[in-house]
Design a protein. Sequence first.
Length: 209
Amino acid sequence: MDWQWIMDNRATIGALLLDHLQLVGLALLFGTLLTLLFILLTLRWPALSQPLLYLSGLLFTIPSLALFILLMPLTGLSKTTSVIGLTLYSLLILLRNVLTGLSQLPPLVLEAARAQGYTRLFRFFDVELPLVVPALLAGLRIASVTLVGLVTVTALIGQGGLGQLLLTGFTLSFATPIVVSLVLTVVISTVLDGLFVMLGRIAAPWSRT
C-alpha cells in the first residue's frame, strides 16, 4: 500500500466516493418510483403482475456492460446512462419483494378494509402500503448492496465512481487504488445494509423477530 499516494489523492478519492453514492441513491430512488408505478398498474390490471416480473427479470439477465452499451446511442457517455441501467437492475429485486409482500398480507385485514368501504386504490395507500414496508425495505437493502457493486462497471463508460480507481490501478499495474476501491466498496455496502436494517426496525417495529 502506498499511503502517500492515498494522501495525495484523498480529494479525488472523496469525490469518487460521493459520485458512487449518488449513482446508488439515484438508482434506488428511480427504481422505487418505477416499482410503485408498476404496482399501481397491477392494482388496475392484476394480470400484469407476472408479465412485469418477467420483463424485469429479463432485463436483470442482460450483462451490465452490454446494457450500458445498448443505452449509449440514446444517452451517450453520461451519468444518465449509468442511472438508467442501474435503475433497471434494481427493478426486479424491488418489484418482486413488494409483490410478494402484498400477496402475504393477512386476509382478515384486507377483508376489514373492504368492509369499511375502501376503494382499491385507497386500500392500497392506507392499509396495504404501510404493511408492505418491511418487504420494500428488504428489497432496498438487497438492491443497494447489489448496486454498489454494479456501479463500478459504469467506469467503463466514463462514470462508475470508485470503479475509476479500479481502472487506474489495472492500467498502471498499481495495487493501491485497487485496494482503496475494494475497501471503500465493502464499507459502503456494509453501511447501507445496516442503514436499511435500522430503518426497517424504526418504520416497522412489529416485523422484528
